[in-house]
Design a protein around this ligand. Structure first.
Ligand code: UTP
Length: 296
């Protein structure tokens, strides 16, 4: 697919406190979705949408994220010798998905601080931003980030993924306010961080995927620390709206937040049930557990 946006940034430096103690020594972006780490899904989504250069923002102690995409000579040799060709091919593919570079966020001062570190990498090019702990399952043939790229190609402006959330979840997300201009595309006026359901301007939540013009970096330089004393990407996007048009795209797909306990478990159950070899035995076990707990 020919694509004018070929750079992607994946912030993956955060502490992951919601998944402690697991995340004390293991990066949360390596949390498995069945047998594949979250970060691999995210990298594959970017590559499927045309990314060839990917910058992953990591922090000290999260070097395993880098190792996951490096050659493992002994392992590959063993897989080849023992005739495990499919696995061998999968391991080899991992080493050549895209040009991956890694940069350290030394002070974990928020998502805004992480994305700001991509300024030199992006230069004067637009870039995709994909949160490293969220898997997006697309309902269309385009990956979710690819859906945003289509909007970018039309308007040459920044685009934010939006998905509808139920009232009880509104206060967990950034909620977008905008005018519907075309199908699922909105011209955004405002973003409200974690409003109460009563005060929210709607039910469209910011959904872990963005395409930004280079203007985002000037905005990231101007913002001050916000909620939790961190540099909030949302604040920079709001500032960007004052100087450039910013669009929202109601995505066709589902978001899985692997950085929360409930999200991690629910996503694993759902993805495991899609595997023909696991479906029956796992399905039966789940039904039995629910019956034992009087939930079913
Ligand atoms: P989260 O908002 O989930 O924050 O980050 P967190 O600190 O990682 O996790 P909790 O809330 O303490 O459990 C969303 C994405 O942004 C990255 C994270 O690694 C994650 O992939 N991030 C967050 C950074 O790269 N740097 C930061 O300073 C904060």
């Amino acid at each position: 697919m020919s694509c004018p946006v070929f750079k992607a940034v994946i912030p993956a430096a955060g502490f992951g406190t919601r998944m402690l103690p697991f995340t004390k020594a293991v990066p949360k972006e390596l949390i498995p979705l069945v047998d594949t780490p979250v970060l691999q899904y995210v990298v594959e989504e970017a590559v499927a949408a045309g990314a060839t250069d990917i910058l992953v923002i990591i922090s000290s102690g999260k070097e395993a994220l880098k190792h996951h995409f490096e050659p493992a000579v002994e392992l590959e040799k063993r897989l080849k010798e023992s005739g495990k060709t499919a696995l061998f091919d999968r391991m080899l593919n991992l080493n050549k998905l895209a040009k991956l570079t890694f940069v350290y966020q030394h002070e974990l001062d928020g998502l805004g601080g992480a994305v700001r570190l991509a300024e030199n990498f992006a230069g004067t090019d637009p870039c995709m931003v994909l949160l490293g702990d969220c898997v997006m399952d697309s309902f269309s043939e385009l990956p979710v980030i690819g859906q945003l790229l289509k909007v970018y190609e039309q308007y040459h402006s920044s685009v934010i993924a939006l998905s509808e959330v139920p009232p009880e979840k509104i206060s967990s997300y950034g909620i977008a306010a905008g005018t519907l201009i075309n199908g699922d595309i909105l011209r955004l006026h405002d973003l409200v961080e974690k409003p109460s359901a009563a005060d929210a301007p709607g039910n469209l939540a910011v959904a872990a995927r963005y395409v930004f013009t280079p203007g985002i970096f000037s905005a990231l330089h101007k913002i001050t620390r916000g909620v939790n004393n961190e540099f909030q990407l949302t604040d920079a996007v709001k500032l960007l709206m004052a100087s450039e048009a910013v669009y929202g795209c109601r995505i066709s797909g589902k978001r899985y937040d692997l950085g929360s306990i409930a999200g991690f478990i629910a996503a694993n159950v759902e993805f495991a049930l899609r595997r023909p070899e696991l479906q029956e035995v796992l399905g039966r076990q789940i039904i039995n557990i629910l019956k034992e707990k009087n939930i079913l």
